[in-house]
Design a binder for this molecule. Structure first.
Ligand code: AMP
Length: 281
């Protein structure tokens, strides 16, 4: 497996592969890899001739310095896991390599980045869009793989690709969960035993919302989910919203004939967990 720290050497390697007619799949990550990330990489390996994963903890998508500091890092173990599954190359630049100069661009995503995660994490999606745009320019992928776990992020990436005209197919991959339903996340490692025990309640609440939709009014569903989450002494709801998958605008039962998502963010102590579920598919 090739490990590149510099964009120039990675881009040269990519272009050599492409000159030989190879199709390239790309999986961007922030490291601390788990089975969810490996699922994306595995799918990329099946669908492409070459696969590049990137590992870069992107400082400009964190709106709290403390979050960035606490973000788990395990580069050696990550590289081992990627090598084991047959990944062809890993790009792990440092911050200066990614941002030799400040990138002050501001994307206009309309309301897409104003709701849900965007409302609680100012500037987050702009930072995500900038880094993914830069990574696409370096890796020039045919297909890029993102988790539906970060559903709003997936829609933002699709919008950025349309705006920038990147010739890449964005592939959304289903959320990988623990047997008890908790969505895999690098942050789960920071949960206390008590928090970890209660955290599957997030998925249970989403499933309850799915059972209720569309027979029950969405306001009532939101009320029921809020009550269920806050009944746990370890969990505190930040938001639960029912939105149309297409544009993330609020959905009502009148939208039951198109894809509707329940999106949730919950605090377990100082760990913030997000999840989502399609309520009608
Ligand atoms: P991250 O390193 O957390 O930024 O995530 C890198 C990619 O992995 C993103 O596209 C995430 O949506 C995806 N991902 C994270 N957790 C999961 C999961 N549990 N199942 C599927 N994909 C995931």
């Amino acid at each position: 497996m090739n490990v590149f720290r510099h964009k120039k050497s990675l881009n040269q390697w990519v272009r050599q592969g492409k000159a030989r007619g190879m199709r390239l799949g790309f999986v961007p990550t922030m490291g601390a890899l788990h089975a969810g990330h490996l699922e994306l990489a595995g799918r990329a390996l099946k669908e492409n001739d070459l696969v590049v994963c990137s590992i870069f903890v992107n400082p400009i998508q964190f709106n709290k310095a403390e979050d960035l500091e606490k973000y788990p890092r395990s580069l050696e173990a990550d590289l081992r896991q990627l090598e084991d599954i047959g990944c062809d190359a890993v790009f792990c630049p440092d911050t200066r390599e990614m941002y030799p100069e400040k990138d002050a661009r501001v994307f206009d995503f309309g309301h897409l980045d104003k709701v849900m995660e965007g409302r609680y994490r100012e500037g987050h999606f702009n930072g995500v869009a900038i880094v993914v745009d830069r990574l696409f320019r370096i890796t020039e992928p045919d297909k890029a793989y993102f988790g539906e776990k970060d559903f709003q992020q997936l829609q933002i990436i699709r919008a950025m690709v349309r705006m920038e005209g990147h010739p890449v197919e964005i592939v959304g991959c289903p959320t990988v969960r623990e047997p008890d339903g908790l969505a895999l996340s690098s942050r789960n490692a920071r949960l206390t035993k008590a928090q970890r025990q209660e955290a599957p309640g997030i998925y249970q609440a989403l499933k309850k919302a799915r059972e209720m939709f569309p027979a029950t009014d969405t306001k009532e569903i939101i009320h029921a989910v809020t009550k269920q989450i806050n009944a746990s002494p370890e969990l505190e709801l930040e938001y639960f919203e029912i939105v149309k998958a297409r544009d993330l605008l609020p959905a009502t039962r009148a939208h039951a004939n198109e894809k509707v998502m329940g999106c949730i963010a919950v605090h377990a102590g100082d760990v913030r967990l997000i999840d989502n579920l399609s309520l009608n598919s």
